[in-house]
Unconditional design. Sequence first.
Length: 406
Amino acid sequence: MKLTTKILIGLVAGVILGLVLGGAPQVAVTYIAPFGTLFLNLIRMIIVPLVLSSLVVGAASMGDLKKLGRVGGKTIVFYLATTAVAVIIGLILGNVFKPGAGLLLLEGVTVEARQAPPLVETLLNIIPSNPLKALVDASMLQIISFAIFIGIGITSIGEKGRPLLSFFDSLAEVMYKLTALIMNLAPYGVFALITPVVAQNGPSVLLPLGKVVIAVYVGVVIHSLLVYSSIVKLVANMNPLKFFKGISPAATVAFSTASSAGTLPVTIKSVKENLGVSNSVASFVLPLGATINMDGTALYQGICALFVAQIYGIDLTIAQQVSIVLTATLASIGTAGVPGAGFIMLTMVLTSVGLPLEGSALIAGIDRILDMARTTVNVVGDGAVAVAIAATEGELKDIEVKVGSK
Ligand code: ASP
């Protein structure tokens, strides 16, 4: 049986067992969740060395700084544009579904205002004053900038940079190999991750906020079908079905782990092996995307901002909604690719238009379910942009999708 099929079976079995254990979620948390954590730790183990090595190789293998600048520029434009469209879709759905209408906020609910760091600070912090500390702390944006600098250095000194490039190349290959080995455990890992989530967030938790959940899930489907299908079709002339099939292993892992950084090794593997994106584009575009490109998160923030406005009976003006588009786009860049990060950044979006932070308390309870959907889109969006960039650089191989074949 193909690996993707096995992972899907693991996912469905986890959902079913989670529903069965709904009355006794503690059983799932105590006996099943640890296996999920084990799987997650195995993937996490790879992230820092993989991002560093693959980005160095990606940046250095552009060959010259002009190409690096061109690819980097295009990548950022695609990432920002798709994210802005995502928030707009989120706002439209929030206006149409009105998820907060008719909901009464419980008296006395308070939320600890976990303020997002100011944007200027985030931007200044991109350059690590101590790169080794950045690696130890897994500060992704800092690791990215350090890796790109090393790549630029290697490219500039020519022959003398070769040994260092081979070192990082070899490190990246080893990490890819480990990813492939760990992925064999994915069906069990996904099962163990999803069971406790469903057991804890069963229908009773979801129903009162059903409209938010539906709006977010409808939003991510619309965004994927509309934006990603168009990008791969129009820019890369790739059949969207082929794209979704090829990216599906990464999407499944993203859905169950709710971490785009954690999914990165699988995303790189899927995009290279199933979609034919060159090594240099994949290893540059994807680590960057796992950190800064979060379409699903931005879409969710758009919907949640309207949700909060609606439960307080506040009408947002068009100017305020435009401000949400800008803030949510920027907030999603600063969001780490780990579970729950988007919820923290939501406070920044709410603050930007003066909405009460307490409103997010209702969302906190169901955030994991929303996180799974938005992370999936975050990851699929990275894949779509990687395909587009590869096509414009003439680095997209036309290969048969052989998902899951070992
Ligand atoms: N969990 C998301 C991710 O890793 C980030 C978020 O919380 O929105 O992509």
